[in-house]
Design a protein around this ligand. Structure first.
Ligand SMILES: [Zn+2]
Ligand SMILES: [Zn+2]
Length: 260
């Protein structure tokens, strides 16, 4: 199984793209600005998108991608998200003001996109070329949000993604019960910006350390840090390096490929 990192930054700048991961060739996890690096053919091959939440850095490329490849596809792109996320997309993006309502364009019978509710705790099976099992994990954020664990449909190790989150004990209860190949977890702010991290419900290195202490002792897997703000990345890296002695902590890089 392969996860291509399209974007793993908390904001945009040269060489910084926001959250998006391509799993195999047919499943997109979040649709941040990293999607813009895909070719038209690569975008057209995506059948399903799972979204962690409605914030712009995770959905910015979705409306643009539908416009780019909707006409090349023979069936709607399926977008799976929490009901609140879908409601926000309908109200604030696909509202015929910010962007066309591609749920009924070009026709209600054959639209470019269809939306599908998911709920925390649910398990989906997606992917026709390479079937995958996707478990919806809890997250704690300023809007309804979730994370995901993705494995082969027949089972095996999981790629686990926290989504945007703050302190989240229920997440660890579930992750500790899974076979984890690797964990991708956000650390949006440095310790210096703790007040902002608290207010925006993101992690800092200090709180990340508390969170990683939930991992069952003896369980070891690579932990990749994502969603750092470009202006603070070096500072965050320095603060996390202090933890790295006890854990296998790595930095996600855009256009890197994770294989497991
Ligand atoms: Zn967010
Ligand atoms: Zn975000």
């Amino acid at each position: 199984m392969q996860v291509r990192v399209l974007g793993c930054s908390g904001a945009i700048a040269k060489d910084c793209r926001t959250t998006s991961f391509l799993v195999d060739t047919d499943l997109l996890v979040d649709a941040g600005t990293g999607v813009g690096d895909l070719t038209l053919d690569e975008m057209a091959r995506i059948d399903d998108v799972v979204l962690t939440h409605c914030h712009l850095d995770h959905i910015a490329a979705l409306p643009l991608m539908l416009d780019a490849v909707g006409g090349r596809r023979t069936r709607p792109l399926r977008v799976h998200a929490l009901r609140a996320t879908i409601e926000a997309l309908r109200a604030h993006v696909f509202n015929n003001v910010i962007w066309p309502d591609f749920e009924s364009i070009p026709s209600p019978e054959a639209p470019f996109v269809s939306f599908h509710d998911i709920a925390v705790g649910q398990t989906l099976q997606l992917g026709s070329a390479a079937p995958k099992r996707i478990e919806v994990l809890p997250a704690v954020h300023t809007v309804p949000a979730c994370g995901f664990a993705v494995s082969r449909a027949e089972g095996g190790a999981n790629w686990v993604f926290s989504g945007d989150t703050e302190r989240n004990a229920p997440f660890w209860d579930r992750v500790n019960a899974l076979d984890v190949a690797m964990l991708v977890i956000e650390t949006a702010f440095s310790n210096r910006e703790q007040a902002l991290a608290d207010r925006s419900l993101h992690l800092s290195p200090k709180v990340l350390a508390d969170e990683l202490a939930h991992i069952t002792p003896g369980k070891q897997y690579p932990i990749y840090i994502t969603h750092t703000k470009p202006a603070e990345t070096e500072e965050i890296m320095g603060q996390i390096d202090a933890l790295a002695a006890q854990r296998d902590i790595r930095w996600l890089k855009a256009d890197g490929v994770l294989t497991f």
